[in-house]
Design a protein around this ligand. Structure first.
Ligand SMILES: NC(=O)c1ccc[n+]([C@@H]2O[C@H](COP(=O)([O-])OP(=O)(O)OC[C@H]3O[C@@H](n4cnc5c(N)ncnc54)[C@H](O)[C@@H]3O)[C@@H](O)[C@H]2O)c1
Length: 389
């Protein structure tokens, strides 16, 4: 059985450790196709906790030592964000399969290097923990889009403001919500899941204009409130809104195209298929707005998470881990290939860069300019430790 290590035994690392036991934190969230053999953290209390859960675990305070110990074939990285690409590159170089927690990193400059090393080492499986890719509602939306059920996109709007985080959340870890510790706020920590889904379903825009508010309603350095307008190469557009201080928040995705419309809200997907595509309706519709010919005729289908086989948080993670292990063993394709992580990160970086420079940004972004701007923010950050392994 494949031997897995985990680095970073904090909030998420503990969820992953428990998923290798018969007492997962989320019922039925057990990973069955691999064995956890080692853990690593710089905090020895975390290692003692892990040993208490699985006494035969080998424990390490050095990531490099765990990689070269001969105790693991694969590693899950659940450390703070700046370490993800550094640890990913090191693991791949040592021919250890790697699954990085989201986001893939903080800035695209070093993710290009990570992806190049991954391309040069195709025998090493590099995955990302984008657990929302197992959400049946988004899988259904992708099926509809891939079958041309929405047609040419016109507009894609996502309001995801139910990532509520109080001040005490921000105060519970020194790396959190700082430029040098976390590398951003709601965009880099909470919303990467939706930003990945957004590009997974609709592709990448080519222009971004965003307004990020830093420390809005919370005493933090980074963005807690974002409104972004994007344009797609086909002329379609979209708006992405996210925050951590709206109460109650909203999670509503709307995708509209020439052939139909998808809305996902409150665990329900509503698909309205246009019986006559809009460009054809436009040709037959008349100037009389009361004319029934002008009303779009739709066939509506409603899918609920429950109907589609809901996958609760925690089980999503176990599914992604099991899929990564199957991919390592050549039994399946990755649900979330690591090299795709750069797309969500590019969107995140572009929204921040647009705000930093107060202008519209063309994609792909200039990675060096973003890095320079980020470093200026880091120079003002209250977090002063350096991230290295
Ligand atoms: N996929 C999800 O649903 C989800 C949910 C929460 C967090 N996350 C992600 O998980 C990651 C960790 O977040 P968290 O909330 O668990 O953070 P955390 O602060 O609770 O845990 C981080 C751990 O990493 C350890 N660490 C730091 N530097 C290290 C080093 N050089 N070597 C070894 N260990 C080191 C710390 O001691 C700590 O135990 C982040 O990337 C976060 O975005 C993902």
């Amino acid at each position: 059985m494949l031997r897995v290590g985990i680095v970073g035994i904090g909030f998420m690392g503990k969820v992953h450790v428990m998923s290798f036991t018969d007492k997962p934190l989320i019922p039925n969230g057990t990973v069955k196709n691999a064995k956890l053999t080692a853990v690593c953290d710089i905090d020895t209390e975390k290692l003692e906790w892990a040993k208490g859960v699985i006494p035969e675990l080998k424990i390490f305070t050095s990531f490099k030592e765990m990689l070269s110990s001969g105790e693991i074939d694969a590693v899950i990285v659940a450390t703070p964000h700046y370490l993800h690409p550094i640890m990913g590159i090191e693991a791949i170089k040592q021919k250890i399969h790697v699954l990085l927690e989201k986001p893939v990193g903080v800035f695209t400059k070093n993710i290009e290097e990570l992806n190049e090393i991954s391309e040069e080492n195709r025998d090493v499986t590099f995955g990302l923990l984008f657990n929302q890719r197992t959400n049946p509602l988004f899988i259904k939306a992708k099926e509809i889009i891939d079958a041309d059920g929405v047609g040419t996109f016109k507009r894609v709007n996502w309001i995801i403001t139910n990532w509520y985080r109080p001040q005490k959340y921000y105060d519970n870890g020194e790396w959190r919500a700082t430029w040098a510790g976390e590398g951003g706020g709601v965009l880099i920590n909470q919303a990467p899941h939706q930003i990945d889904m957004w590009q997974w379903l609709c592709g990448m825009p080519n222009k971004v204009r965003a307004y990020c508010k830093f420390g809005e309603n919370r005493d933090v350095e980074v963005e807690t409130d974002v409104t972004a307008y994007v344009e797609y190469p086909n002329g379609g557009n979209g708006v992405f809104i996210t925050s951590t201080h709206d109460a109650p928040g909203t999670n509503r995705l709307e995708i509209i195209g020439n052939n139909g419309k998808i809305v996902i809200e409150n665990d329900v997907l509503t698909y309205k298929k246009l019986l006559v595509p809009e460009n054809e309706l436009n040709l037959v519709a008349t100037a009389d707005l009361r004319d029934p010919k002008n009303t779009p005729q739709v066939e509506e289908t409603i899918y609920t998470s429950k109907d589609l086989g809901e996958v609760p948080w925690g089980i999503e993670h176990a599914l992604v881990i099991e899929n990564w292990i199957d991919a390592i063993e050549g039994k399946d394709k990755l649900i979330a290939p690591g090299i795709e992580g750069i797309k969500a990160l590019e969107l995140i970086n572009s929204m921040l860069l647009s705000t930093f420079l107060n202008k519209e940004i063309d994609l792909p972004i200039d990675k060096d300019v973003y890095y320079e701007e980020l470093m200026k923010k880091c120079a003002t950050s209250k977090y002063t430790k350096k991230w290295s392994i």
